[in-house]
Write a protein that binds this ligand. Structure first.
Ligand code: GLU
Ligand code: MG
Length: 460
């Protein structure tokens, strides 16, 4: 990929115009953010007058930002520590510039990282990875297709609680407010405030409700082309975490924060259009109204599911969300309007014909989740893969379908072994991801958990 296509360079005149427009709106700071390997927003606040330089040379960051754990350990991934912690540069993509409703005078903007020596995208860049996969959709042998994605994210909201071991306890927390709106499950109107801020931000948020468990919320984003959808989901997570922090609260997207409660999903609604704008998954004359391409796409997602789970369920904790009777998946299966399946085909047809991949949890990096799902779907189309019959009824029957990986380690092994998928994603990326994530497992395995103390300390 060339530098120009990777980083959306703007002309000097466009940048100057943007600076003028920002100043006219009273904006004096631009927050340039970009996703790291795990989807966390890294970034820098720059004075608006620095925008031309940022859009030219780029902003320098240490490449090891991609290799840093959520707690700040630098993991030895090739190109980082052993290479002397070199720079990557970040160039703002001005098409993503937006005023921050909760931070007057500040606008934010997503940046693209590149290697200053070559101008090429950084191999770890999740946004570059998604662009690579989308080029595959664009050059698909059966004719270019455009993946359209609607992200659906769940999270738990916590309040500071000095008495809790972690320092945090569930907000609200009363049980029974399943899929409700209003103050029963949301005593001080967190959801209304958040929806309004997000509406002002302009990332295509359309609705929200209290989720299944106490203190858990879901907010839906409109569907759009895959890169834009991932950009919006990335900013959504950053915005929800940031606005909760401003209120002294913690919004957590971890997969399963509490033993007694369910997990948080990151469901992806995916459809395809062809170059004439037709909905590729629809065929009114075919069984269930699903085209051959829809069947191939379903089969691709099922076939590559073990590897995909490394990207869509990327933490040690993710595998505790899977299980029978969870509304999260457990088996590699699909079903017609069946929420107990990993892949649900919602009942709408026509322009609404789509797949709902329920595999992902909220901790997934939106770029990796979307890239992985689109890549698996394209492989299904390429191979003209056929799915097994759909699940009927209750979906958590052991042995009715293969099990999803039970641990992050098994998922990483499946990713490494899935050569078709890693080739599409690029081994520059997957090698870094595997090293980084295997280090996470190693650190976890060295750590003595509360469970071990309670299990072993008293009787043995
Ligand atoms: N919380 C469930 C999950 O982890 C999904 C619940 C729902 O169907 O909305 O995927
Ligand atoms: Mg939900």
């Amino acid at each position: 990929m060339t530098e120009a296509s990777a980083t959306q360079r703007n002309t000097a005149a466009q940048v100057e115009e943007t600076v003028e427009a920002l100043r006219a709106h009273g904006t004096d700071i631009v927050r340039v953010i970009y996703p790291d390997l795990i989807g966390v927003d890294r970034g820098r606040d720059i004075l608006v007058g620095q925008l031309p330089s940022a859009c030219g040379h780029g902003l320098s960051f240490c490449r090891a930002v991609y290799h840093t754990s959520p707690r700040g350990d630098v993991v030895p991934v090739a190109g980082g520590l052993e290479a002397g912690l070199p720079d990557v540069c970040v160039r703002p993509d001005l098409s993503t510039l937006q005023a921050l409703p909760w931070e007057p005078g500040v606008a934010w903007c997503i940046g693209d990282t590149f290697d200053p020596a070559t101008g090429e995208p950084t191999p770890e860049s999740p946004r570059a990875l998604l662009r690579r996969v989308l080029e595959g959709a664009n050059s698909y042998a059966g004719g270019p297709v455009t993946p359209v994605v609607g992200p659906e994210l769940e999270y738990f909201l916590c309040e500071a609680d000095p008495a809790a071991a972690s320092g945090w306890a569930l907000y609200g927390g009363a049980t029974g407010n399943v899929y409700s709106a209003g103050r029963r499950g949301d005593p001080d109107g967190h959801l209304l405030r958040t929806l309004r801020l997000l509406a002002d931000l302009g990332i295509g948020v359309i609705a929200g409700n209290h989720e299944f468990d106490g203190g858990q919320f879901e907010i839906n984003l409109d569907h759009s082309e895959a890169l834009d959808a991932a950009d919006r989901a990335f900013r959504f997570k950053a915005a929800v975490k940031e606005t909760a922090r401003r209120e002294g609260r913690l919004a957590t997207f971890m997969a399963k924060p509490f033993n007694a409660l369910g997990g948080s999903g990151f469901h992806l609604h995916i459809s395809l259009t062809d170059s004439a704008g037709r909905h590729v998954f629809e065929d009114p004359g075919a069984p269930d109204g699903l085209s051959a391409s829809a069947r191939h796409a379903i089969a691709g997602l099922l076939r590559h599911a073990p590897a995909l789970s490394a990207l869509l369920n990327p933490t040690v904790n993710s595998y505790k969300r899977f299980g029978p009777d969870t509304l999260a998946p457990w088996l590699i299966d699909w079903g017609l309007d069946n929420r107990s399946a990993m892949l649900r085909i919602p009942p709408e047809r026509g322009a609404g014909t789509r797949l709902e991949l329920r595999l992902g949890d909220a901790s997934a990096n939106p770029y990796l989740a979307v890239a992985g799902a689109v890549a698996a779907l394209l492989l299904g189309l390429r191979d003209k893969a056929e799915p097994p019959p759909p699940l009927e009824g209750y979906g958590y029957q052991e042995d009715s379908a293969p099990r999803l990986p039970g641990t992050l380690g098994a998922a990483l092994d499946a990713l490494e072994a899935d050569e078709a998928l890693t080739e599409l994603l690029g081994t520059g990326f997957t090698d870094a991801f595997l090293t980084y994530k295997r280090n996470e497992i190693e650190r976890f395995q060295q750590h003595v958990t509360d469970w071990e103390f309670m299990e072993y300390a008293f009787q043995i």
